[in-house]
Design a protein around this ligand. Structure first.
Ligand code: ISC
Length: 377
């Protein structure tokens, strides 16, 4: 059996897959979910279980945006290979026909939520809040996870494409998180930690001169640099108790096929290699790239004005091995898939000076990552 065939079979059978530019990790087979009533508890239990595990075992999966809710982490052997997932995955079923598509909330409702967020900023309750919306697609047949994953990998070569089965004991139908995220929460290898937070975005243009003009406008935008700064400051502060050398240079431009972003490549050295990748996830998540600043007040405002159950969207997804090394990405440009339903999520950071209509356009552009993979073959 070829590697793509093996991966396609594994994905159909519920494998957890992370496919990046440099390497791919696939965790397959029967593997126990990590128990726990909250994502935070599951992260702690996973780290403890790894201390007693065989060397090829990893914990892999997703913790939700809200760490007081349970996520889906599993313990089991994983295979890693250099480069992205080998394509094409055989057995592609071809295009799924979308019967209905519904934005929730509608664009005008999202613009109202952004205005409500801005009112909280002006009232001094928060400095930044990230607000999300969804696009729900109903297909005539069940969505195929291998097909979605293949499209996400091939269209987003520099992102981390992912397929994570979500545990839901109350629900017998399989649920998945799929997506292709450009945002690295953290990678820990021995004492070295790398992070690449993102915030501040502008939609790409198909016209090359206009595309460059937009990227220049983003790089020099005061509003976007402020929006970005909240994330870098929070990340550096959260790392400080654990790390002795933290370097955070000026933000740079990063392009996905749909959007330009501001990103900062932060490097750090752990004080103590007993600190695992999971410890860092627990300390960092959710950053103001998906929550806001100050964190507690921003999470309250999201609960009051957004009106969505984010689930694992904007959560932390990734893996850790028995040495405490691991890689976790931020679950943006993602969708939740269940049977015929695909729910695409996208959010945008709101700060003083944000324009509600521009945030509608920005979130629509962000949704294209999954929408294009799901609908245009
Ligand atoms: C919250 C999302 O993106 C985050 C990551 C990069 C840029 C973002 C922004 O510019 O608002 C967001 O912070 C999303 O795509 O749903």
């Amino acid at each position: 059996m070829s590697e793509p065939e093996a991966v396609a079979l594994a994905v159909q059978a519920g494998a957890t897959v992370f496919s990046g530019e440099k390497s791919t990790l696939v965790q397959t087979g029967p593997r126990p979910p990590v128990p726990g009533g909250s994502g935070l508890e599951q992260l702690r239990r996973a780290a403890a279980a790894l201390e007693r595990a065989d060397p090829d075992v990893v914990v892999a999966g997703a913790v939700p945006f809200d760490l007081t809710r349970p996520g889906s982490l599993r313990l089991g052997p994983a295979r890693t290979a250099p480069g992205p997932l080998p394509l094409p995955l055989p057995g592609a079923r071809g295009q799924v026909t979308v019967a209905r598509s519904r934005p929730v909330p509608p664009p005008s409702g999202y613009a109202d939520a952004v205005r409500a967020g801005l009112a909280q900023i002006r009232a001094g309750r928060v400095d930044k809040v990230v607000l999300a919306r969804t696009l729900q697609l109903e297909a005539l047949d069940d969505w195929s996870i291998p097909d979605l994953l293949s499209e996400l990998v091939s269209r987003n070569p520099s992102a981390t494409a992912l397929a994570v089965p979500l545990d839901d004991p109350a629900d017998r139908q399989a649920r998945w998180l799929v997506g292709a995220t450009p945002e690295l929460l953290l990678r820990r290898r021995g004492p070295s930690v790398l992070l690449r937070p993102m915030a501040g975005s502008i939609p790409r243009s198909p016209e090359p001169d206009e595309d460059i003009r937009r990227s220049d406008a983003l790089l020099t935008s005061d509003k976007d640099r402020r929006e970005h700064r909240f994330v870098v400051d929070a990340v550096v502060e959260a790392l400080s108790p654990f790390c002795r050398t933290i370097t955070a240079p000026e933000p740079e431009l990063v392009a996905t096929p749909a959007v330009w972003h501001l990103a900062t490549r932060i490097t750090a050295l752990l004080n103590d290699t007993a600190t695992t990748s999971v410890d860092l996830v627990a300390a960092l998540h959710p950053t103001p790239a998906v929550g806001g600043s100050p964190r507690k007040a921003a999470l309250e405002v999201i609960g009051e004005v957004e009106g969505l159950d984010r689930g694992c969207y904007a959560g932390a997804v990734g893996w850790q091995d028995v040495h405490g090394d691991g890689e976790w990405v931020v679950a943006v440009r993602c969708a939740e898939v269940k049977g015929r339903t695909l729910r695409i999520f996208a959010g945008a950071g709101i700060v003083e000076g944000s324009d509600p209509d521009a945030e509608v356009v920005e979130t629509a552009a962000k949704m294209r990552t999954v929408l294009d993979a799901a609908t245009s073959r």
